[in-house]
Design a protein around this ligand. Structure first.
Ligand code: HEC
Length: 157
């Protein structure tokens, strides 16, 4: 497809809007840092909704499955969102992510596997197992934040 100057301008404008929107949502964060904050916030929103659904008397299986899948998709991409050098600027990522990379990688991989299992369990619709696996995943959030998220991050949320 030929790119005329006017379509090019439209694309640029759309891109500018996208970047500006991200900057507003995450204050001064940019690039991969803003992307991982957005992924974490999305994960937190899905986890909160899942928690509510699992506590409710009736649950929408398709909705639960979609939320589990979205948590897993974010988990699967997590390691790539902490490339070397992304410890600079507006971020709450702890320096240990890079100085203890093997530990961080192990946690990230375990989280990837646990969220994948969450998706599997969500497909079987067995509520006790789903609650249990969700508990496993949530402990991993806290565990990783304790080790790899800088102090002070909690106060923002
Ligand atoms: C393997 C490590 C790891 C796991 C697992 C993890 N997080 Fe995070 N999370 C981080 C790090 C590191 C940051 C800080 C990122 C930054 O500021 O650049 C963060 C940031 C966040 C934030 C703040 C985002 C923002 O806008 O600043 C929220 C909310 C969050 N995580 C929720 C969760 C939830 C909910 C889970 C589990 C379902 C989870 N996280 C699992 C490492 C992890």
């Amino acid at each position: 497809m030929a790119v005329t100057p006017s379509t090019f301008r439209i694309r640029l404008a759309a891109l500018t809007l996208l970047v500006a929107g991200t900057a507003v949502a995450h204050e001064k964060a940019t690039g991969v840092v803003a992307a991982r904050m957005k992924a974490m916030e999305d994960t937190a929103a899905q986890a909160k909704a899942l928690d509510r659904a699992l506590k409710a008397a009736s649950l929408n299986a398709a909705d639960v499955r979609a939320r589990a899948e979205s948590i897993h998709a974010n988990a699967h991409d997590l390691l790539a969102m902490f490339p070397p050098g992304s410890d600079q600027g507006h971020t709450y990522a702890g320096p240990e992510i890079w100085t203890q990379r093997d530990v961080f990688e192990r946690l990230t991989r375990a989280y990837d596997v646990a969220t994948e299992k969450l998706v599997e369990v969500a497909r079987t619709k067995a509520l006790p197992e789903l609650r249990e696996q969700f508990g496993v995943v949530r402990r991993q959030c806290l565990d990783c934040h304790e080790k790899f998220r800088a102090p002070g991050a909690e106060r923002r949320h």
